[in-house]
Design a protein around this ligand. Structure first.
Ligand code: FNR
Length: 180
């Protein structure tokens, strides 16, 4: 049976390398895996007053419903100042509210990322670890994919064009799919 993975990119930038990496993942998903691309774009800044007065915003509810229906989550994270981007953390924080926490518990999660530097989001990926542990997600750690020096690997629209990286991504996805 085909497993559905919710894929989220942590960048709002139109030609984002990370969004491009996620699109490539959706293209390269092995047989038996379908990657549904979700969006954090409309998620407002977390505000406890807003939550208390109006409940969860619709974009958060949509993401929660997508996560609840998914067999796993693929997070494609940029790295900002050696940590996770605020917009991405903000979206995950919102998603953990209401009934959302239960949707993360035991959920298989894989984290990848792309950056122009030489370390390919290694620190951002590490910074997700305590967050995912707190959410009791089942982080998949057998595979690793840190895409570095992105300028030569993507085109101007942020599409992943490098064959070697595409092959690495495919292998990563095959490994993740085998555990679902
Ligand atoms: C960055 N960038 C960056 N890159 C990196 O490898 N390590 C880092 O610590 C940082 N820090 C950082 C801080 C801030 C505020 C910005 C805006 C950027 C560069 C970053 O990786 C680059 O802009 C990527 O292109 C962002 O990912 P998307 O938007 O292309 O997916």
């Amino acid at each position: 049976m085909t497993k559905t993975i919710l894929g989220l990119s942590g960048s709002l930038r139109r030609p984002s390398f990370n969004a491009g990496l996620l699109r490539a993942a959706a293209d390269l998903a092995p047989e038996g895996m379908r990657i549904q691309i979700g969006s954090i774009r409309e998620v407002p800044l977390y505000d406890g007053d807003l939550e208390a007065e109006s409940g969860l915003p619709q974009p958060v509810r949509t993401l929660q419903a997508q996560l609840a229906a998914a067999d796993g989550l693929l997070m494609v994270t940029p790295e900002y100042n050696n940590g996770v981007p605020g917009v991405f953390k903000n979206a995950i924080d919102w998603m953990s509210r209401g009934d959302g926490l239960a949707m993360f518990v035991g959920k298989p999660v894989a984290v990848i990322g792309a950056s122009p530097g030489g370390f390919g989001t290694i620190l951002a990926q590490s910074h997700w670890l305590p967050v995912l542990r707190t959410l009791k997600a089942a982080l998949w750690t057998e595979g690793r994919l840190m895409v570095s020096r992105v300028e030569s690997l993507f085109d101007d629209q942020g599409n992943l064009t490098d064959d070697k990286t595409r092959a690495q991504l495919r292998k990563f996805l095959e490994g993740f799919a085998a555990t679902l």
